[in-house]
Ligand binder design. Sequence first.
Ligand code: NAD
Ligand code: UD1
Length: 337
Amino acid sequence: MSATQTDHRSDATGPLVAVTGGAGFIGSHTVDRLIEAGCRVIVLDDFSTGKRENLATWAGDERVEILTVNIADGIFAALAPVTARMGPISRIIHLAAQTAVIHSIANPLDDVRVNYAGTVQVLEYARASGVDKVVFASSAAVYGDVTESPVGENAPKKPVSPYGIDKLGSENFLYYYSTVHRVAATALRFFNVYGPRQDPKSPYSGVISIFADRAMAETPLTIFGDGEQTRDFVYVGDVSRIVVDACLSDAGDREAVNVGTGKETTINELARTVIELCGANSTITHAEARPGEILRSLAAVDRADTIFNFRAQVPLAEGLRATLDWARGWPGLNKTA
Ligand code: NAD
Ligand code: UD1
């Protein structure tokens, strides 16, 4: 046995955290950070968009258990043999979801089954098993078309997609489980997350991963609508940091907290910057605006600072460079912060 493996064994005593969607983009960065923080982790993932290679660092490490499970079918049966061996789960980070707003519009029932009922499945497990805290990946999509910018957590919630409706409904369930069943719960409303491991290959992928992929191949970037819609792009290393802090801290019960940078970028600016950073000759084309499109998205960031002492640290240009380096297969920059 190597020295590294020996270390793993001696460390295998930390808090046990279940991460749904832990093989995904944000999930795998979160798993990395949990292990660095001394936790043991059970990943629950159906690998619909998640990848085993995202967790390759932890293959064979007894601190990480990976279960293939569809959360919509419930998680009790899959977890029973593992918790019998590893002990009870103390905290859950619930990230598993179908993540494409546009897919939810075409398939609302599919979205409800995974993104709404799936959350209740996770919360039922937490209630029945005495889990101390659940941290949930909510979304800026709960606000819909905003009436204030930057948008604060108490702004009106008028989601314009089934995805946003199901995230908001899930937040309400978190509040219910905390007040009635005493499962502490925090909803983190992620704005637009980007960084290494975001998969560019689906038409539903995050815009930065698609633009990076296109620019590196010197093919055209397509902007939906006039490109003047804005997004608050937050780097995955910053996001995984607040997720783990919220999970391990006792602060933030019954709170919903924005996770963004407080800076907005138009999609036109983004396209130009990605092309420039790549030194590419790609052209920009425009296509019809997407249905259910949010026109302006900018986070108010004070609550995250107050509750979790969190401020995003990675500027967009730096995060884009790290993302492009990763996409090029360059080593050393697949960083978590
Ligand atoms: P992702 O697709 O990489 O991760 C989702 C993970 O959930 C994948 O590993 C996938 O295989 C898994 N999954 C999907 N359906 C499942 C099911 N029924 N059962 C078990 N596992 C399932 O996407 P991501 O960007 O890492 O998103 C993580 C979470 O963050 C999601 O809840 C998403 O809604 C939320 N979020 C993401 C962003 C963003 O910009 N990426 C913004 C706001 C909120
Ligand atoms: C994203 C997330 C969603 C999250 C939400 C929070 C993804 C896939 N979706 O949705 O999970 O809840 O942020 O704010 O990460 N665009 C183009 N050309 C493209 C692709 C996209 O112009 O090739 C535009 C879109 O029309 C949109 C913007 O870029 O205006 C962002 O799109 P996208 O990355 O798909 O994210 P959201 O729809 O904001």
